[in-house]
Ligand binder design. Structure first.
Ligand code: SF4
Length: 337
């Protein structure tokens, strides 16, 4: 739990659940698991159970005490839509978010199916309303700073951004259509660790031509019809860090940046991760600490060379500049308290 965060795209983290189970290649070197296992059995660090899924209801009311607006990443140490988290607990988390419109919440999942099933279900919305009325802390006007009973919030909640992890094309094809079928005011992708090239339009071909045309831009004309289609609002890209990190080809990151630029979608380049590009292309065996990555970039079979320099030295510049774009109209400071 932290009222500040080193994560480049958020201000604070709120871990109302810790622990998880792995579902796809992006989980292979899960940071949350490494962290939890380091503190397993250590009293006072709240990771006594290691990486076992554990609800942390004592943390639910924390955002009520944070009066200044923040972007809050919910469950950086778990996945809020994990199958072992009860529906009513998730509804309670949404009730907290409804009660604190001064904050902007960022929820990122690899359980796209459950997210879609819950958020799109009117029964879940009723569960959130129920939690708002019945959870004791929520009726404490001193804590909420708001008169009781609370007005019914709109749905989807205007201060909640929903995102899916996309590490390669297969996961893009699975998760992006589900995200686009989920009601949300802001939809985002976290392509980290990026493990392969991703074509965003290919990811929505199964949804039909209209959506395929409009994927990466918010509210654009979809194909030859006059409907506007709400697509993806924000894309984050990053390479992997830590033990066993896999290198990210510069071409994979550039391609996503270019797709975003072409469609007017904000793009944030978070980090290279453990490996930085040397700027060289090469063929054949490399010396220790250097690898070739991605597909050949010419007819001779050259590929981009990456060097293991560590996350700090690798930095977060892509083509000589940082990319720190956010969804413009929805930053936390613009959400009324
Ligand atoms: S879903 Fe996230 S928290 Fe869960 S194992 Fe995978 S990377 Fe870790």
């Amino acid at each position: 739990m932290s009222t500040t965060s080193k994560i480049e795209w958020t201000d604070a983290t709120l871990n109302v659940v810790t622990g998880c189970t792995k579902v796809s290649p992006g989980c292979d070197h899960c940071y949350a698991e490494t962290f939890a296992e380091r503190w397993r059995g250590t009293a006072g660090h709240h990771f006594e159970n290691g990486f076992d899924l554990t609800l942390r209801p004592e943390r639910l009311a924390l955002p009520l005490r944070w009066k200044s607006p923040r972007r809050i990443f919910v469950n950086s140490m778990s996945d809020l839509f994990h199958t072992d988290i009860p529906d009513d607990y998730i509804a309670r988390v949404f009730a907290v978010m409804a009660l604190t419109p001064q904050h902007t919440y960022q929820i990122l999942t690899k359980r796209h199916g459950r997210m879609r099933a819950l958020i799109g279900n009117p029964e879940f919305e009723k569960q959130v309303d129920y939690e708002l009325l019945h959870f004791p802390a929520f009726s404490d006007a001193k804590l909420t700073g708001r008169p009781w009973p609370l007005p019914k919030p709109g749905w989807p909640l205007p201060n909640v951004w929903l995102g899916v992890s996309v590490e390669d094309q297969k996961r893009a094809d699975l998760r992006i259509p589900a995200l686009l079928d989920t009601p949300a005011v802001v939809r985002f992708l976290s392509c980290e660790p990026l493990l392969g090239p991703v074509d965003l339009k290919q990811a929505v071909r199964t949804m039909g031509g209209e959506r395929g045309h409009g994927l990466t831009a918010s509210y654009v004309h979809a194909g030859d019809c006059c409907q506007k289609f709400h697509g993806i609002d924000w894309v984050i890209v990053g390479g992997e860090s830590g033990h066993g990190a896999r290198p990210m080809s510069p071409d994979w990151a550039r391609s996503l940046r270019d797709q975003c630029q072409a469609a007017g979608v904000p793009f944030l380049f978070k980090q290279w991760g453990e490996y930085a590009p040397t700027g060289l292309m090469a063929i054949g065996a490399r010396e220790q600490g250097r690898v070739l990555v991605g597909d050949p970039i010419d007819d001779l079979g050259h590929r981009w060379e990456m060097r293991r320099v560590g996350k700090g030295a690798a930095g977060r510049e892509l083509d000589d500049r940082t990319w720190d774009e956010f969804p413009a109209a929805t930053s936390s400071v613009e959400v009324a308290a």
